[in-house]
Design a protein around this ligand. Structure first.
Ligand code: B3K
Ligand code: ZN
Length: 890
């Protein structure tokens, strides 16, 4: 397959000054008339011909300056025009078939309504175009459709005209005053209703806000609207960025490949990230909606006003916008000063990064934040580009502080508003605004793999000096990553020193005149570097990489007692949590190694004691305690083993869960009682924290060999719940309890849940997911449950949310069952990847990635995975899936 290289970037040979689009929307055959004012790009080499991109289009006619153009050739990838003048009007009429479009890229139909998805390269499935992000132009769009079937007609920007046409049809004309790349184009047509609000933006201008949904979902739009208003306010306050359009629309669609899309003024969202009311959505759903609404809204400046020169620069907008949405959520939860509330959000984000991005960075798909090459760009909307990219942006803020970061952002917009630029331009704006050379920092964009920092410390009591020696490298990185690694990184390494009483010591580095602060960010720039603290009156315990100041792995030989001490005392809440995770991980990996050899398992009491202290420490917020008591995931643990053994990890982790359940039984019962939240439901972080801790208690109680308490509590909670968080948690506890002891309560709750929510697709997704991720037993392997559910009338592989809820949940979120030794999980995976490949390559490629780390597993599993991968490689057609499986098999 053709590989696209970053080094081959060349500016476009032609530019488009404006475009006018007219759509005659008919599901089976939509006609698009596209008129573009074009000219040669003075900054590019003179091209012999004009090459427009186009896919799956039927060409009807081409005219240059109104004259039919004979020398136009349509082909599989687009349209070639020989002999075009220097400046001209190009008019192309073409047709496409939205009703048959199962890829959900381009123009498609969902629930009888029309939607578009153009990023990254979907616009070329709508019309022939220079479908690349550095070609920015203004759009005028006329939509025509049957009025009864499609009463609402939306596109980007402002509505300038609408009216009736003959034969029961009508039209709407939209104009977007801002230049934009084609990937930000959108249209929506259908039977939809909107929740509306009018607000005044910071400069006093009136703005119309709308959340469009199908009529039966109008009662689930309030939270999305509030999230939008909060996002608008936050961007005004934190970054001085104002909404630039008079009207901002969000539209929900139930068939969507990803979370949401930031089309200019017309964001299109997966229903999952819009619809919520207490009965249907969990606390996590509410929080995710706020984050995704924020994310897409923030793109209006970081992505839309300043966009990407080419797709290699994707992290320019995605890393930055993820960072912005993380900060938004932290500010919403804790303001600028509630460090524990902010830490809860930070911990959640770091968990995801470590579990998913570190794994990606260690396998065949490893790539730098700014990739060097790709086959299919849709495969590069990755954890690395998004989450590691956000960490890279966060490091600027760690280096320069909030004010310095803001100065850099201001300069970035001053220089680049209205342009399509590169990651380097962002870095230079930050460097120039803060008067610092950030040349070395560029390596964060060009080197793949997770850096490892090893730490050695020494205390000289006589001299009262404490030295910290840091070494950086990449360990044995995967070949894909190793090829990119050139030299040491600039790592902002935050550190604190803790005294025997648990309090932070004042910090003074050698050469400084006085001590200042208790956390210092060390500029760690060399392969090996020693930092010396002076006036250190006692041997301290180091608190390393506070608040996870860089996306690295830290290796330091803490004793178990030291970790327990940090868990009890560190003033940095992130590192308090981190100490508990290190303690648990170490213990769990030792147990997994024993489990792999079928040796008996035993857990040290000190671990139980350390966790008991946190659990019952009422000075800590419930949300923090919930995170502290949550063990590292099975996937993360398997990843840390020399040879991943999911069955052994599962046995070890279950063993520890059961021990913690039994040893702390009374505490769990007390917690359950104390953290009930009677009264009306509110999705605030505080109330969610109480529910979370209470439901964690329930989940632990369900692990007891005799789960009678849990069954009793969960049965009552299920029946009485006034919100989905509690109802789903109760159902999950009942399913878990019935693994050790068959309980009829689980079956009847499952049946009730289905009946109750039959008409709520997002809740039925939860019903599928809960069953796909449940624990199995030898007598009841979950693959059987999953295969049976595949034939359930509510299952539909064409709907990505549904496919994810059953197939992906099983293949990616139930490792012990998926990696069954008989290979049954892999055979299922292969079947589903092949089936999806023919319908929706983007979704298929995501599923394909479930086996990419196959080389790291035990020999038995490895061989079965290889066979499944080879089977898939020999049958799939899409460029998307081929790239994944071929890279995995190299
Ligand atoms: N920019 C879109 C993602 C598009 C994915 C295309 N395969 C959503 C987001 O990151 O906000
Ligand atoms: Zn984004």
């Amino acid at each position: 397959p053709a590989v696209i290289h970053r080094a081959d970037y060349a500016p476009p040979a032609f530019l488009i000054d404006s475009v006018t689009l007219e759509f005659d929307l008919v599901p089976a055959r939509t006609i698009v008339k596209n008129s573009m004012r074009m000219r040669r790009n003075p900054d590019a080499a003179r091209a012999a011909r004009l090459e427009l991109m186009g896919e799956q289009l039927e060409l009807v006619s081409v005219a240059v300056n109104g004259v039919p153009h004979a020398a136009a050739r349509a082909h599989e990838h687009g349209l070639t025009l020989d002999d075009v003048p220097d400046t001209f009007e190009l008019t192309i009429v073409s047709a496409c078939a939205p009703a048959e479009n199962t890829t959900l890229s381009g123009l498609y139909v969902s629930s009888d309504n029309f939607f578009t998805q153009c990023e990254a390269e979907g616009f070329r499935r709508i019309t022939y175009f220079l479908d690349r992000p550095d070609v920015m132009t203004t759009y005028t769009v006329t939509l025509r459709a049957d009025k009864a079937a499609y009463p609402v007609l939306l596109s980007n920007g402002n509505l300038i005209e609408e009216g009736d046409l003959a034969d029961g049809r009508h039209f709407a004309k939209w104009e977007d005053p801002f230049k934009k790349p084609s990937y930000l184009f959108a249209l929506v047509a259908g039977r939809l209703v909107a929740l509306e609000e009018r607000i005044k933006s910071v400069s006093g201008k009136e703005k119309l806000l709308q959340v469009w949904v199908e009529p039966h979902d109008l009662d689930k739009t309030r939270h999305a609207m509030e999230s939008l208003i909060h996002s608008i306010r936050w961007d005004e306050e934190r970054f001085g960025l104002e909404l630039d359009l008079d009207r901002f629309m969000i539209v929900a669609v139930s068939d969507f490949n990803m979370g949401a899309m930031e089309n200019k003024g017309l964001n299109i969202f997966n229903t999952k990230y819009v619809l919520a009311n207490p009965e249907t959505a969990t606390d996590t759903d509410f929080a995710n909606i706020e984050a995704v609404v924020g994310h897409e809204y923030f793109h209006n400046w970081t992505g839309n006003r300043v966009t990407c020169r080419d797709w290699f620069q994707l992290s320019l907008k995605e890393g930055l916008t993820v960072f912005r949405d993380q900060e938004f959520s932290a500010d919403m939860a804790g303001g600028a000063t509630d460090e524990t509330a902010r830490a809860v959000k930070r911990i959640e984000d770091v968990r995801v990064l470590r579990q998913m991005q570190f794994a990606e960075d260690s396998g065949p798909m490893a790539h730098p934040v700014r990739p060097e090459s790709y086959v299919e760009i849709n495969n590069f909307y990755t954890m690395t580009v998004y989450e590691k990219g956000a960490e890279v942006v966060r490091m600027y803020q760690t280096l320069f502080g909030r004010d310095g970061f803001r100065r850099g952002m201001d300069l970035y917009f001053k220089r680049h508003d209205g342009q399509a630029v590169a990651c380097d331009d962002f870095r230079l704006a930050l460097a120039d605004a803060n008067g610092r050379d950030l040349a070395q920092f560029e390596r964060w964009y060009s080197q793949a793999g997770t850096p490892r920092v090893t730490v050695e410390t020494a205390y000289d009591a006589d001299a009262q000096r404490y030295t910290v020696t840091l070494k950086q490298g990449y360990g044995d990185a995967a070949p894909a990553a190793r090829a990119t690694q050139k030299g040491p990184l600039l790592i902002p390494f935050a550190i604190g020193l803790i005294g025997r009483d648990g309090a932070d010591l004042p910090l003074r580095l050698e050469g400084e005149s006085a001590a200042s602060g208790t956390t210092r960010v060390l500029d760690f720039t060399e392969t090996e570097q020693t930092f010396t603290f002076v006036d250190v009156r006692e041997a301290p315990l180091p608190s390393l990489l506070r608040n996870f100041s860089a996306p690295v792995v830290v290796e330091y030989d803490y004793t178990a007692d030291e970790l327990a001490f940090l868990l009890a005392h560190d003033s940095d809440p992130f590192n308090r949590w981190e100490a508990g995770q290190r303690l648990a991980t170490r213990e769990l990996l030792a147990l997994a190694a024993r489990a792999a050899e079928n040796a008996p398992l035993q857990l040290d009491d000190s671990v139980v004691t350390a966790f008991a202290r946190v659990l019952t420490d009422e000075t800590l917020s419930p949300a923090f305690r919930e995170l502290a008591l949550m063990l590292p995931s099975e996937a993360y643990l398997a990843e840390q083993m020399a040879e991943s053994n999911p069955a052994a990890v599962h046995r070890a982790r279950q063993f520890v869960r059961k021990r913690l359940a039994a040893a702390l039984r009374e505490a769990w019962l007390a917690i359950y009682d104390r953290h009930r939240t009677p009264g009306a439901y509110a999705p605030t972080p505080e109330a969610a924290g109480h529910r979370g801790l209470k439901n964690l208690a329930l989940a632990y109680l369900a692990e007891l060999d005799d789960p009678a308490d849990a069954v009793k509590l969960a049965t009552a909670q299920y029946a009485e719940a006034n919100n989905m968080t509690d109802r789903a948690a109760a159902l999950s506890a009942l399913l878990a309890a019935s693994t050790s002891k068959e309980t009829p309560a689980a079956e009847s709750a499952l049946a009730d849940f289905y009946r109750r929510f039959e008409k709520e697709p997002l809740v039925i997704d939860k019903w599928f997911a809960l069953q796909a991720t449940q624990r199995g037993s030898a007598a009841r392997p979950i693959i059987d449950v999953v295969r049976k559910l595949m034939t359930h009338p509510a299952f539909n592989i064409k709907n990505p949310n549904r496919a994810r809820s059953l197939i992906f949940s099983f293949c990616s979120a139930n490792p012990a069952q998926f990696h069954a030794e008989d290979g049954s999980g892999y055979a299922f995976w292969a079947e589903q990847v092949i089936a999806l490949d023919a319908l929706n390559p983007q979704v298929a490629a995501r599923l394909a990635r479930a086996l990419e780390l196959w080389r790291r597993y035990t020999p038995v599993l490895r061989e079965k995975m290889r066979a499944a991968l080879e089977q898939v490689a020999s049958q799939v057609k899409s460029r998307d899936v081929r790239e994944i499986v071929e890279k995995a098999l190299v």
